[in-house]
Design a protein around this ligand. Structure first.
Ligand code: DAT
Ligand code: MG
Length: 139
């Protein structure tokens, strides 16, 4: 079993896609272990995306993720990191396959609707940024 962090980004919340995104994971058989709505502040955004500090898109990335409420969730299941990444599709929605979340609901790389952790270690780090241990339930 693995856990991964999923965010519905501000444009996904604004467009009313929270249920669609959550429903896809639930129907796949993944389990929700925590979920909350919050507005990300600059400090949290910079910690979350620290691997991208110095890149040309970093300022826009921080500005976007802090631009409105997001929904953060911890999703659990077998190989959850990979399964969620596969269900989200490629980072650039233009390259994302139809049937994936980005492939069905996005066209702009800067506003690609969802975030999913890219590995087991990054999932642990990211989950701890958004959730205290007591905010998560176990099976
Ligand atoms: P992912 O979200 O698929 O893990 P990433 O970690 O490489 O992708 O980048 C984080 C986010 O930054 C990504 O969801 C959208 C944005 N981003 C990445 N590359 C970009 C680029 N070349 N131009 C604009 N935004 C970009
Ligand atoms: Mg990433």
């Amino acid at each position: 079993m693995e856990r991964t962090l999923v965010l519905v980004k501000p444009n996904g919340v604004e467009r009313g896609l929270v249920g669609e995104v959550v429903g896809r994971f639930e129907r796949r058989g993944l389990r929700l272990r925590g979920m909350k709505m919050l507005v990300v502040d600059r400090a949290l955004a910079e910690r979350h995306y620290e691997e991208h500090v110095g890149k040309g898109f970093f300022a826009d990335l921080v500005s976007f993720i802090t631009s409105g409420p997001i929904v953060a969730m911890v999703v659990e299941g077998p190989s959850a990191v990979k399964v969620v990444r596969d269900m989200m599709g490629a980072t650039d929605p233009v390259d994302a396959m139809p049937g994936t979340i980005r492939g069905d609901f996005a066209l702009d790389i800067g506003e690609n609707v969802v975030h999913g952790s890219d590995g087991v270690e990054s999932a642990k780090r990211e989950i701890s940024l958004y959730f205290a241990p007591g905010e998560l339930v176990s099976a």
